[in-house]
Design a protein around this ligand. Structure first.
Ligand code: AP5
Ligand code: MG
Length: 194
């Protein structure tokens, strides 16, 4: 299975991706976690990404795509992945589609975790992750999501299967809702293919 988890900062992408990866025996790949590891280790990718992360801006597409190529190919070979935080722009979605097609694989489903801004801000301030969970940077990250990532939802709605889940409920309820909707989708596509 190959799945994309889309959502604003604090929507619960990382939390749900962990649960999905365990439940379906697939690999969790988080673009944000990988970028933070590169920054902490001072790699070439980390040096290019550092300032963008600190400001809450998107890291240039080429850097992110380069970083994700190996882990996604490896995960595809070993049962699939749940990608958290990528793609994040229409351009990234198009590039991901082309890359997947080149490898002979397709992304099966995109899941959008919907949560209102006030709840997102509350969660992120409560978590306080490093430099990017300060009030100013959180506000900017939410603006970047609206400007750059929200248009991508239309892209998926039109071209691929998009599941929208209310992410403002307790963690286990959100997880349950994702599973139920995935099963419904699988049944629909079985019927369509039958
Ligand atoms: P990234 O690491 O992806 O951060 P983000 O999108 O801002 O999202 P978060 O990781 O903060 O939140 P999340 O949705 O994973 O929620 P979580 O489960 O942690 O990206 C960071 C930066 O990297 C970007 O700003 C950019 O610079 C760069 N980057 C990454 N990908 C990129 C890309 N593709 N292109 C370019 N640049 C890229 O939950 C948040 C908190 O809420 C936690 O404390 C959690 O315990 C809590 N919580 C979760 N679910 C619930 C619930 N249901 N109820 C109550 N609390 C909950
Ligand atoms: Mg995350």
């Amino acid at each position: 299975m190959r799945m994309l988890l889309i959502g604003a900062p604090g929507a619960g992408k990382g939390t749900q991706a962990e649960l999905i990866a365990t439940r379906f025996g697939i690999t969790h790949i988080s673009s944000g976690d990988l970028l933070r590891t590169h920054v902490n280790e001072g790699t070439a990718i980390g040096r290019q990404a550092k300032e963008y992360l600190a400001r809450g801006d998107l890291v240039p597409d080429a850097v992110v795509m380069d970083m994700l190529r190996k882990p996604t190919v490896a995960a595809t070979a070993s049962g699939g992945y749940v990608l958290d935080g990528f793609p994040r722009t229409v351009d990234q979605a198009k590039a991901a589609y082309e890359t997947a097609r080149g490898l002979g694989v397709a992304v099966e489903v995109a899941v959008y975790l919907e949560v209102r801004p006030a709840e997102l801000t509350r969660r992120l301030l409560a978590r306080g992750r490093g430099q990017d969970d300060t009030p100013d940077v959180i506000e900017h990250r939410l603006e970047v999501f609206e400007a750059k990532t929200r248009p991508m939802l239309d892209y998926y709605q039109e071209r691929e299967e998009l599941i929208t889940v209310n992410g403002a409920r307790p963690v286990n309820e959100v997880a349950w809702s994702i599973t139920v909707q995935l099963q419904q989708l699988a049944r629909r596509s079985q019927r369509a293919g039958a």
